[in-house]
Design a protein around this ligand. Structure first.
Ligand code: AMP
Length: 287
């Protein structure tokens, strides 16, 4: 266990220590909640931690910038990393354990096994970031196996990721309940993301067009528009006026993520765009 000051959560870095600690907690009858993150924590991550603390007796936060989910040319090297600050942010939440493994601890030499989730992982983020969800599913399954949680918490912010994780959990008969927590936003509407740290003031202002486009979609549905072409057109207009480089703006089925023609039951509006060198994603559930 690494040095820590008072109130800061214990940080461990090996799978063996994690297993031991979780099994000890379970032996005394406690339920275990897992919150997987890549660190550079913000209030969005902390909302998952709070939910786990409400539901479970023992909460484990994992901090691992997973190389397998980054494509070539993506921001793996410059992704923000500050374990000390993350520990300080977690201290008031009184989490039981932080698991912050090295790359070598997670992927031993010769690592050759991957988890592929088909269909729900194919479109949107999956199409733009080939191999991304393979990396996500592989690391999340490894974390599930190491921590053996009763519940695991993910954010709606990465809507497609939550669908991919649910699919994997169902398909592989994992005895884990998946919780999906609402998107936490800044006061101006921008969804919190560790990547927002990359944005200049101008880029941030333009990036606000994502949440504005989603509010417009909600407004149209609230006023009776059902046809998704009109909703998507309104979203695209806002994104191109910003301007941001739109990657997709789509209204999809909440479970299959396939495009829908009309918003009859719940649907999800997804938006992704590049602003300068930064990719931003956001979404909203249309009811
Ligand atoms: P990351 O560190 O970006 O991999 O995110 C870790 C978890 O936090 C994922 O389940 C994300 O969906 C979730 N998360 C990230 N940003 C937010 C946010 N603004 N609101 C709610 N959850 C979030």
């Amino acid at each position: 266990m690494k040095n820590r000051s008072a109130n800061q959560p214990a940080v461990i870095s090996t799978v063996a220590e994690l297993r031991w600690a979780v099994r000890a907690a379970k032996a005394s009858g406690g339920s275990v909640g897992l919150v997987p993150t890549m660190g550079a924590l913000h209030a969005g991550h902390l909302s998952l931690v709070s939910q786990s603390k409400r539901d479970c007796d023992f909460t484990v936060v994992t901090i691992f910038v997973n190389p397998m989910q980054f494509g070539p040319g993506e921001d793996y090297d410059r992704y923000p990393r500050d374990l000390q600050k993350d520990q300080e942010l977690l201290a008031p939440h009184k989490v039981d354990l932080v698991f912050a493994p090295s790359r070598e601890e997670m992927y031993r030499p010769g690592h050759a096994t991957h988890v592929e989730v088909d269909q729900v992982a194919d479109r949107w983020e999956g199409a733009i970031r080939p191999g991304h969800f393979r990396g996500v599913a592989t690391v999340v399954l490894k974390l599930f196996n190491a921590a053996e949680p009763d519940r695991a918490y993910f954010g709606q912010k990465d809507y497609q990721q939550s669908v991919v994780i649910r699919r994997m959990t169902t398909d592989l008969d994992l005895p884990i309940e998946i919780g999906v927590c609402p998107i936490v936003r800044d006061a101006d509407g921008l969804a919190l993301s560790s990547r927002n740290a990359y944005l200049s003031t101008d880029e941030r202002n333009r990036g606000l067009s994502l949440s504005r486009s989603l509010r417009a979609a909600e407004g149209l549905v609230a006023s009776g528009t059902r046809d998704t072409k009109s909703i998507e057109a309104a979203m695209r207009k806002i994104l191109s006026a910003a301007p941001v480089e739109m990657e997709y703006a789509a209204v999809v089925d909440p479970d299959t993520l396939l495009p829908v023609d009309r918003v009859e039951r719940a649907a999800v509006a997804l938006a992704a765009a590049r602003v300068g060198g930064t990719r931003l994603i956001d979404n909203t559930i249309l009811r």
